[in-house]
Design a binder for this molecule. Sequence first.
Ligand SMILES: Cc1cc2nc3c(=O)[nH]c(=O)nc-3n(C[C@H](O)[C@H](O)[C@H](O)COP(=O)(O)OP(=O)(O)OC[C@H]3O[C@@H](n4cnc5c(N)ncnc54)[C@H](O)[C@@H]3O)c2cc1C
Length: 431
Amino acid sequence: MSKTSSVIVVGAGIAGLAAASRLQSFGYSVIVLEGRDRIGGRIHTDRGWGVPVELGATWVHGMDGNPVIDLAQQWDLETVITDYENLWLHDTKGVVLEDDDQVELEEQFWEALDEVEELVEQMDEQNEADISLQTALDIVLSKWELSAQDRRELDYAIASLIEHEYAADSANLSAYYWDEGEEFDGEDCLFPKGYDQLVSTVAEDLDIRLEHSVQTVEYEQTGVRVLCQDATFEADYAIVTVPLGVLQAGSITFSPALPDDKQKAIHRLGMGALNKVVLRFPKVFWEKSAEVIGYIPKKKGEWVEFFNLYHTTGKPILVGFNAGSYARTLEDWTDEKIVAAAMQTLRTIYGAKVPDPTHYAVTRWGADPFAGGAYSFLATHATDEDYDTLAEPVGDRLFFAGEATSRQYAATVHGALLSGWREADRVHKLD
Ligand SMILES: Cc1cc2nc3c(=O)[nH]c(=O)nc-3n(C[C@H](O)[C@H](O)[C@H](O)COP(=O)(O)OP(=O)(O)OC[C@H]3O[C@@H](n4cnc5c(N)ncnc54)[C@H](O)[C@@H]3O)c2cc1C
């Protein structure tokens, strides 16, 4: 670096902040442009409840060697391990499933996935085109003798263990690639004092311009120009870290247009939906020691999971999760209607006397113009190479980071963080 080179980072989520802070530490002049009135993006801790409540990311997935854990240790951030097996699973009528029945259900689920894997291997040998994971499951399960209740239970497991993790219906996931990607070993944990501690520490000393929604990114051989509604910024380089959902919506104009292969990858990949309903009650009426309350619904994928925040906060708060198309459907409902649907499930489980919540919050990540969904997934006909294509720079001036540019760790906080560092290093190497 001969002079002080300048970089504009678009987006103050963890990827953008990680890129910006690394470049600043290398001596670059960095400005971060953020459309919202807050930093953190899909890490969003709501502090209006007396205790931190996560409306976006909650967990660090896999603690061993995870860079988020390295930072947490460096900054002395408290973490608490989550035990997803501390689950009270209720059947369709609300009765708790016996341990043996739960074990049997899990075994059936894994057996079904093994058979799907065999089917997919055969398809691959015969060079057959991709199908959805659900189609593959249907082929496998059509050969099994399953009662309606057996099928409901398996559908619960598919929703809880696949659709909630990938934020997509199995009908939209690629049978070939849905579970590509890598994981860190070890337990999962959360930040009882808020995920936003990570964000604010990474953001320290950065020049961040909030409420600067980027509309156009112009790039040429000598530099970049980034246009917001009321301001224009120029720099030597730009790193764009907006979510895949924002790129898919085309709300930022690139000039010249992005290369064809990048545009195709943007549209082949899926942007998933995962929403939360946070409910605060006058007192705990559920299993106090449970971490997860599961429910086997009549209709596939509806209200299968509530997390018990009493466990970590000592407050009577439950967080209901919905994913995929049901999550998108609920986004069109009023808050009151969504809460009523959650309460119907809780009253099926715990009885008609369950009180109404005193406070609630509802997320709509899909309708959020700065997100367009929760996180990326490998849709039918996409491949994990699409993540690499998204990560590729365009020329020597325009770079891309964010969870959907991480082939190894897409859809996670650590994937986003690593992608920010990756692009900071890439700029530095080129400069
Ligand atoms: C409900 C939910 C639960 C999740 N749970 C977990 C979890 O438990 N563990 C985990 O590891 N991950 C989880 N994730 C995923 C994780 O939150 C993301 O992968 C990660 O935070 C993405 O970071 P990012 O920097 O790539 O994107 P973002 O955090 O979305 O940052 C991008 C930034 O760009 C901004 N932006 C968008 N458009 C513009 C524009 N035009 N101009 C300027 N700025 C713009 C956005 O406002 C945003 O701040 C979850 C996500 C959601 C939604």
